[in-house]
Design a protein. Structure first.
Length: 475
């Protein structure tokens, strides 16, 4: 690979690393990354909010399938936006053989996000997905590739089948992807399929195959992905346990400290010598958001670093402004705190949570929220007694989860990340005209050190350009 970025802006979902943030980073010559999580729902909610600024319309106007774009626009756009007390219209839940409506939304939404991030410059843009959220993968990847995405980054699992998918979709060929189904028998069909020919409205030339970077937390996983991948792997992002969002579980028995945070030890450190032996470029993430850590990474043989938390609080990020400003003020006062919750995420992965009153990090707010699961991105596919595939989530109503064979003990403390992360970017669902979903913010442990990026004079607003210049010691 040529012209590798020194700094990758982390993919923060849902919607925190939006097209505006990624475009700001890529314009400066580093790698801006949009989050691919829940883009179908985000597009729909932006349209129902009246498409402020007309950006979604602009992106859809450049979408290569105009009839599909018009169906989406006609179905969801609300001139001037919905009333504040009205609910957003809901979409069907993703399934193994999901409805065409959802597949079209995934294609179009991923296209629009990448297209807007790429507009106005000639530098690459990446997109980040969670392997754990498998159901939208195929149409989402195709939409991003239609827009010319330069990099696909994926973690939260073992994405050994993604390289082959990229190879096939670059030629508009039919792609398959195995769905992990708990309890499925070896001879049962768990394969998802997607054929671009069923959606194309015109002939298109072959698409550029994006670079694939696997996000990993151990050298063993890196070696495993290289050995088992069904196509070319182009590099790794090595993410440590201080990074925001989901973290890899500690190796060995899960231990908690007095605050209930997961404890990591020496076994969780990556052997960089073994990573270097693999011969591929790698970037270090989790606590590397300083000029000193950038120099340290380069000295260790890395191509650079990935930084998330510093970019999450830029003016360009999708994090809603009231949360952003409150947390920045807490940083100044020394009150900001990030916890590594072992129970918050339905994935059962440790999850970083900023302690912020009035959000779902607050136990009282969590206890007052009805257990509702109507977005379902983190649901677990499982085999029913008659061999069908159904879905369950440990954040859904307790009796419903247990009736599907779930363990009641697994529901304790589980937050509905799907709804709260949509609220965190300013699209909270409103229920019965009065119950408004609360958000929850995730950040890395570097949150408390963000003052290094603040401009002089007490202003708490800073830009992606400010972060990049300070990381590279550019005055």
């Amino acid at each position: 690979m040529r012209n590798l970025p020194i700094i990758i802006q982390g993919g923060m979902g849902a919607g925190v690393s939006n097209w505006q943030l990624a475009r700001a980073v890529s314009r400066e010559g580093q790698l801006g990354v949009v989050s691919g999580t829940a883009l179908d729902h985000i597009l729909v909610r932006r349209l129902q909010d009246g498409d402020p600024g007309g950006h979604m319309r602009h992106g859809l106007d450049h979408f290569p399938f105009p009839q599909m774009a018009e169906r989406i626009w006609s179905a969801y756009y609300i001139p001037c936006g919905k009333r504040e007390s009205e609910s957003y219209s809901t979409l069907p839940l993703h399934r193994k053989n999901g409805p065409r409506e959802l597949q079209e939304l995934c294609i179009a939404a991923n296209f629009v996000e990448v297209f807007l991030a790429r507009e106005g410059h000639d530098n690459p843009v990446g997109i980040n997905y969670l392997e754990k959220i498998q159901l939208p993968h195929l149409p989402s990847l195709y939409g991003a590739m239609l827009a010319g995405v330069g990099y696909v980054l994926m973690g939260a699992g073992i994405p050994i089948k993604i390289p082959g998918v990229l190879d096939v979709l670059s030629g508009h060929g039919p792609a398959t992807y195995p769905l992990h189904v708990t309890g499925a028998h070896a001879d049962e069909d768990t394969m998802m399929t997607f054929d671009p020919a069923e959606f194309m409205e015109c002939d298109l030339p072959a698409l550029a195959r994006p670079q694939f970077l696997a996000i990993i937390a151990s050298n063993v996983l890196a070696a495993t992905i290289l050995k088992r991948a069904n196509g070319r792997v182009d590099g790794f992002v090595i993410e440590g346990p201080t990074a925001g969002g989901h973290n890899a579980p500690p190796r060995g028995k899960l231990l908690l400290d007095e605050a209930g945070d997961a404890i990591y030890g020496e076994r969780d450190c990556v052997d960089l010598e073994k990573i270097r032996e693999l011969g591929l470029p790698f970037w270090l993430a989790g606590g590397y958001g300083t000029p000193e850590k950038l120099r340290e990474a380069l000295a260790a043989g890395a191509a650079g670093i990935q930084v998330g938390t510093a970019f999450a609080y830029c003016v360009e990020s999708g994090l809603r402004d009231d949360y952003k400003q409150t947390i920045l003020q807490q940083i100044v006062s020394g009150e900001a705190r990030v916890a590594t919750s072992a129970s918050a995420s339905p994935t059962n992965f440790p999850f970083k949570v900023v302690q912020l009153e009035g959000t779902l990090s607050d136990d009282a707010v969590y206890a007052a929220r009805p257990r509702i699961c109507d977005l379902g991105f983190l649901r677990e596919p499982y085999r029913t007694g008659d061999g069908a595939i159904d879905f369950r989530c440990s954040a859904e109503p307790l009796t419903l989860y247990v009736s599907k064979g779930g363990d009641a003990e697994n529901t304790s403390g589980k937050r509905c990340l799907c709804n709260c992360l949509m609220a965190t970017i300013g699209h909270p669902q409103v229920r019965n005209g009065k119950l408004v979903e609360k958000g929850m913010v995730t950040s890395g442990n570097d949150l408390t050190k963000l003052q290094r990026f603040f401009p002089p004079g007490g202003d708490l607003h800073y830009s992606a350009r400010d972060v990049l210049r300070k990381l590279q010691n550019i005055s």
